[in-house]
Design a binder for this molecule. Structure first.
Ligand code: SF4
Length: 322
């Protein structure tokens, strides 16, 4: 239960790995620092890779004949083709990865909140979109755990990111093992988690595992992986999460005292009202599962979907629906 795979994550290099920003600085990100012992990071700085150097004059995205171009106003240099070529070469040569953490607002790495100017002049009016590298990541790897460091300051988004990242890393191990036994075990260990995310999706995943069509294991794994990505697309609705928590509680409630039952149900209400994080409820459940040696619950990934050391209650304050 407590051994975790090591997810492989591609990360923007300036997020604490190198002083490669345009101004020669780095961004010290607390969450990424916390992740370092648990994740295998592959770092990349697309702007340095295309030869822009450090420090450098900033680049930006503008529209030219309705097409996005990347250019450096100070030198009037266009770097669109270089960036597209590097991005293609880098992403094509990537081996198995489970996720990406990208620098927000960057015309290269940004995944969704990058300024796009209507022309070459810097005007007040601009729209928002993805950077050249970040946009291509979203296009090619849409099912993976992809976030920018700005959004990860939100507690709910960070929790979802970690759940997805570690689930995908576990699934990668199953793919490597390539046996029905490993797949069945994965599916049953993720039951409560997947039910919390997407009930119909979980049932469809069960039909894929049942494999009534007698497909080869490679096809089953491929279909199953697509289904898991679909299940984990969105942050779970807290109501379905509470259903899963109540389901887990049903497995241990008989052994609890009246006071403990009231305490647990109140804890769920506190989670419903966003006064405590999910991890607090899970911690309590795990304590009960250990006390009653409930192996079914102890094996459920929901009780500890990622290493406890990564639980951080800091939050941007934008709430569960950000
Ligand atoms: S945002 Fe991307 S391109 Fe810009 S400095 Fe960071 S890693 Fe390099």
């Amino acid at each position: 239960m407590n051994s975790f795979p090591r997810p492989v994550v591609v990360v923007s290099k300036c997020l604490g790995f190198d002083s490669c920003r345009y101004n020669g600085q780095t961004v010290n990100d607390r969450f990424i620092h916390l992740l370092k012992p648990f994740v295998e990071f592959i770092t990349v700085c697309p702007e340095v890779e295309i030869g822009l150097g450090v420090p450098r004059s900033p680049i930006r995205i503008a529209l030219q004949d309705d097409k996005k171009v990347l250019y450096q106003p100070a030198t009037e240099r266009m770097v669109t083709d270089q960036m597209i070529a590097f991005t293609d070469q880098f992403l094509t040569s990537l081996a198995d990865v489970d996720g990406f953490i990208l620098k927000n607002r960057s015309p290269s790495c940004g995944s969704g909140d990058v300024k796009i100017y209507p022309g070459f002049e810097k005007t007040a009016s601009s729209t928002r979109g993805s950077g050249f590298f970040g946009g291509e990541v979203l296009e090619r790897f849409s099912g993976l755990a992809i976030e920018d460091e700005g959004r990860l300051k939100n507690f709910a988004i960070r929790e979802h990111f970690l759940i997805k990242l570690f689930a995908l890393a576990r699934l990668r191990k199953v793919r490597d093992e390539k046996t029905m036994k490993a797949l069945v075990q994965f599916h049953s260990r993720h039951k409560l988690l997947f039910l919390a995310y997407h009930q119909a999706g979980y049932r469809q995943a069960g039909r894929i595992v049942a494999n009534h069509e007698k497909l080869p294991i490679e096809n089953v794994l491929e279909r199953y992986e697509e289904q898991v990505k679909l299940i984990l697309t969105k942050t779970p609705n807290y109501k379905s999460m509470i259903n899963s928590l109540q389901h887990a509680y049903g497995g241990i409630s008989d052994g609890l005292t009246k006071e403990e039952k009231i305490f647990f149900l109140n804890t769920i209400e506190e989670y419903r009202d966003e006064r405590i994080p999910l991890s607090t409820v899970l911690h309590l459940l795990k304590g009960y599962a250990l006390r009653f040696n409930n192996t079914y619950l102890l094996e459920q990934v929901l009780l500890q979907p990622y290493p406890v050391e990564l639980v951080e209650i800091t939050d941007s304050g934008k709430g569960r629906n950000y």
